[in-house]
Write a protein that binds this ligand. Structure first.
Ligand SMILES: [Mg+2]
Length: 237
């Protein structure tokens, strides 16, 4: 594997912890509404919401329409869960979606080796970029909050360029903007479909960030697997 000129990082659940553990998040959140669920058990409501979320995001149309506005997506998801539970409350889905989104945002945290890894790689001469799907407002806010923007040479956000991972054009566009050939670029991310296979399809090296040490799903062949971001330093510096 050639030494990279450019190392591209995914943001959510790679540099920062953002959306992982959805089922647990709903399970610990919903009990605060226990007395407003029409007698339903909070655990059942939380499970129905998580189930509705899985179905919602598996639908490509939903993914394209709603991923720039998570709160609106969650309003639809909670509404769908309520419908399956035959629970008719007009206002509660919106209230829950907004409060859950605020909680989730407050719970974002930076992986402890993210900044040191970026800084070490950059001082060793690698060019760095962040390639993230999602909306401008939410992604820029995370980059500022965790002091990441100034640590990389280039940032590409799906909403700002009109194309996202795993679309090959997203990678091609970023490579052009970075002035780098695909063969000299690594993409590091937590999603096998978007980050690893997407980048490989553009000719890049696909590095799977896999902190839970899960087996790769069938059909995916990451070029390299790392359990911690700092493993890039061990490998490259
Ligand atoms: Mg990610």
């Amino acid at each position: 594997m050639p030494r990279p000129q450019l190392i591209v990082f995914d943001l959510d659940d790679t540099l920062i912890a953002a959306y992982g553990a959805r089922a647990q998040a709903w399970a610990s959140f919903i009990p605060r509404y226990a007395d407003r669920l029409g007698g339903r058990r909070p655990a059942d409501v939380a499970a129905a919401i998580d189930d509705a979320a899985g179905k919602f995001w598996a639908d490509h149309g939903n993914l394209h329409r709603h991923r720039f506005d998570m709160t609106a997506a969650r309003r639809s998801i909670v509404g769908a869960a309520f419908a399956t539970l035959r629970f008719d409350d007009h206002d509660l889905p919106e209230e829950i979606a907004e409060a859950f989104s605020r909680d989730r945002e407050a719970a974002y945290r930076l992986h402890e080796d993210a900044q040191p890894t970026l800084d070490r790689l950059r001082s060793a001469g690698f060019r760095l970029a962040i390639l993230t799907n999602g909306g401008t407002r939410s992604q820029r806010a995370k980059l500022e909050r965790f002091d990441l923007a100034r640590r990389v040479d280039h940032i590409q956000i799906e909403e700002e360029v009109g194309v996202g991972k795993p679309d090959r054009q997203a990678f091609d566009k970023m490579l052009r903007a970075s002035g780098c050939q695909a063969a000299g670029a690594w993409m590091v991310g937590d999603r096998l479909d978007w980050d690893v296979r997407g980048s490989q399809s553009a000719g890049m090296v696909g590095v799977w960030y896999n902190p839970a040490n899960e087996p790769a799903a069938a059909g995916f062949r990451p070029d390299l697997v790392i359990g911690r971001l700092a493993h890039l330093i061990d490998r490259l510096v």
